[in-house]
Design a protein around this ligand. Structure first.
Ligand SMILES: Cc1cc2nc3c(=O)[nH]c(=O)nc-3n(C[C@H](O)[C@H](O)[C@H](O)COP(=O)(O)OP(=O)(O)OC[C@H]3O[C@@H](n4cnc5c(N)ncnc54)[C@H](O)[C@@H]3O)c2cc1C
Length: 372
């Protein structure tokens, strides 16, 4: 058994980001990653780029939107606004090397057991004991196709790695958020016909929150897309998918039937990777994990925290990097308090994290929306 104070599961932006703050204390931690650092980004479709723009604005007190630690900017490292998945994973690698973060790759957490003073973490290599776990296993590796009968006849959009190379005719995409619109755009650039099904009008903008509507970057692509003769948009909810004689039939709840020779593509999102810890999670009505608002520990548990895009508090969705990084400091502060660090030492770190967008404890300000 190998002992650590803190085990962080996952070396994506959430795991590497929270490790960069922990490394500023003397707390003994290790990041366990089942594959490579930035694994999810390495698996993105090759044409996919970050939709949040990067800009090296750190020196003016406004840290790059895609930065996961103080003093770093993907825009500065790559001289680019919209990084590809491969570039972003390289950025995470650079951070890990620069700050000499303790990361062990090719180590998959299989099970987690609760003990009186901590947690036993079993992996494909070793067994670990830790007082605290920070779960940062992300969502990308848990693609979701929900509430569609016959979903086994569909493919999830995240499995299509080279959308601008596939050939066929009349592709049907179910879901019109970021991934669905990006995929439709790529297919049409490749002169393919696309029908996109979404329950509501994609450009019906009633909020400025990019967690709920298309980001400006994707909206721009959508504007080009919807004027294409190759593009059809259908308002509706898919009820079921069936197949016979190499034809797929997609039936909507209003009984409309759409037929295609191509396997239907579901751009229906992702949800938290949770298998090894599912017994410690209770869920809100919207399916997100219930968390303690002050610490981001799983509700009803102690010393097991969630970091990453599944964090929700009331109506606030922390799904973008610039949003969920604001909770890194909250988690690390709680661990430092439990480890009896002095208030003075804690506030020295917290003050700097606050200045750099890595600490948000007052959630009352998150409801602000743009007025024009
Ligand atoms: C197509 C697409 C585009 C996006 N664009 C943007 C954007 O422009 N801006 C933005 O802010 N966000 C964007 N997002 C969301 C963003 O990618 C996620 O919020 C971010 O990756 C979450 O980081 P994470 O560290 O929580 O998860 P991940 O990046 O998924 O990292 C989780 C890590 O945990 C590892 N892991 C999982 N299970 C285990 C286990 N059992 N044991 C050990 N390791 C494990 C995985 O291998 C992975 O490396 C996008 C998402 C998608 C799908």
């Amino acid at each position: 058994m190998i002992y650590y104070d803190v085990i962080i599961v996952g070396a994506g932006p959430a795991g590497i980001g929270v490790a960069s703050l922990l490394s500023q204390s003397n707390i003994n931690y290790l990041v366990l990653e089942k594959n490579e650092i930035g694994n999810s980004f390495l698996q993105w479709p090759k044409s996919m780029e970050m939709i949040t723009p990067s800009f090296p604005s750190n020196a003016f007190g406004q840290i790059d939107l895609n930065s996961i630690c103080e003093g770093s900017s993907p825009a500065f490292s790559f001289n680019k606004e919209h990084l590809t998945g491969e570039e972003y994973s390289e950025y995470l690698d650079l951070i890990s090397d620069h700050f000499e973060l303790k990361t062990q790759t090719h180590t998959e957490v299989k099970t987690v057991q609760k003990k009186e003073n901590g947690w036993i973490i079993n992996t494909n290599t070793d067994n670990y004991f830790a007082k605290y776990i920070i779960w940062a296993a992300g969502e990308f590796q848990n693609p979701q196709i929900r509430n569609i009968k016959g979903s086994e006849h569909c493919i999830h959009s995240s499995f299509i790695k080279y959308p601008n190379q596939i050939q066929g005719n009349n592709f049907v995409i179910i879901g019109g958020y970021g991934s669905g619109v990006q995929l439709a755009y790529d297919l049409i650039q490749n002169k393919q016909k696309v029908t996109l099904i979404n329950p509501f009008k994609i450009d019906d903008v009633s909020t400025s929150d990019p967690s709920r509507v298309l980001s400006p970057y994707t909206f721009n692509k959508y504007e080009k897309l919807k004027n294409s003769k190759l593009y059809t948009e259908i308002l509706g909810e898919v009820d079921s998918v069936s197949t016979s004689e190499d034809i797929y039939q997609i039936k909507l709840k209003d009984k409309t039937v759409i037929k295609t020779e191509q396997i239907p593509i579901c751009a229906t999102g992702f949800s938290l990777v949770k298998e090894p810890i599912k017994e410690f999670i209770s869920f809100r009505d919207d399916g997100s994990p219930n968390l303690i608002p002050e610490t981001d520990e799983f509700f009803g548990q102690k010393n097991i925290y969630l970091s990453g895009p599944s964090v929700r508090h009331d109506d606030h969705i922390f799904c973008f990097i610039y949003k969920f990084r604001q909770r890194f400091g909250v988690i690390v502060e709680d661990i430092m308090k439990k480890e009896k660090y002095s208030d003075k030492n804690i506030s020295l770190l917290v003050d700097s994290w606050k200045r750099n967008g890595m600490y948000l404890s007052d959630l009352s300000c998150c409801g602000e929306e743009c007025v024009c």
